[in-house]
Design a protein around this ligand. Sequence first.
Ligand SMILES: *Cc1c(COP(=O)(O)O)cnc(C)c1O
Length: 412
Amino acid sequence: MPGGVSSPVRAFKSVGGQPIVFDRVKGPYAWDVDGNRFIDYVGSWGPAICGHAHPEVIAALQEALEKGTSFGAPCQLENQLAEMVIEAVPSVEMVRFVNSGTEACMAVMRLMRAFTGRDKVIKFEGCYHGHADMFLVKAGSGVATLGLPDSPGVPRTTTANTLTAPYNDLEAVKELFAENPDAISGVILEPIVGNAGFITPEPGFLEGLRELTQENGALLVFDEVMTGFRISYGGAQGRFGVTPDLTTMGKVIGGGLPVGAYGGRAEIMSMVAPAGPMYQAGTLSGNPLAMTAGIKTLELLKQEGTYERLETSTKRLIEGIISAARESGLEINGSSIGAMFGFYLCEGPVRNFEEAKNANTELFGKLHKAMLEKGVYLAPSAFEAGFTSVAHTDDDIDATLKAFQESFSSIN
Ligand SMILES: *Cc1c(COP(=O)(O)O)cnc(C)c1O
């Protein structure tokens, strides 16, 4: 396998050392093949918001397994999950299930073009929308970590239609619209950036994009593959009160199985085949096993007080990390929203990818290694967000903060 991994973000190239091979996961923990236990803040890169291998998710999967893993025909469970998504996510009136976030973003891009009859799209530097050709321009952590500007193999003719702007910069977006009249199908963004570290939208940024897209006859698309059901039950759009035209989802919505989804206004979604002419399909899409994990996970998240608990423990974690670093005389800035957090080892604020690059990546490499030795598994890159789960207890957070204190003082 290239680099020994099935996805490049799992490698330790940017922090040094070899990737750790996991044997099993449970709750907030992961065990490697040598039996070492880690408190895990990667959470399978987002899906494990209820904790790994939640007993109710596993039990539901076992039951579903007996009825078969793939029907190749409609199943009731798709309808059940679709109803849950439509009820939860403000922009979604109609939804199509796919098998990954990448697939959802690829399809939404085609839909943006199909609906508007325009070819160009605006994305932001440092935002990742999966590995499809037209999005591999300034695409954040996975690419940035390895120092690849873009990727060979991506035709120029494809990315010629991808315009980029710095995150949190409304003026730049305004200029792009002015320079490309009637040519831009829409704007796609991570409403909170988790693929360039952790960057939050400044007040007015999302609202401004909503206005600009409407004024220019373009669509606004939130890529909520990471933030969906993590920032709130209604995603970032539920939390910030800005409703896009279309939304992509993944990660949490599959509860640890491969699921992606895209949805939005019925008028737009009705263009998708077979309701309309825009083709998009998938042999295993909406399979009963994946739908079951998604349904069960959303049911667990819907329980009273879930997001309040996640918010409180995540806030305590990031505040503890920041004060531990400062006690050791290190520069740091960071924050959290919902069950997502991040920090940069540099002076803040970090409002875009350019400013994120000020982070001390060499120091982060040392921190990462020291934390591993103390049984805490952080994403192996200075440009990834961290993920907490309902399963992380106060004791786990305390143990993590103790490890941060010791690590910060040892690397300084
Ligand atoms: C992870 C991610 C994707 C890609 O999802 P995959 O399931 O890995 O293909 C797309 N967009 C965002 C914002 C993501 O975080």
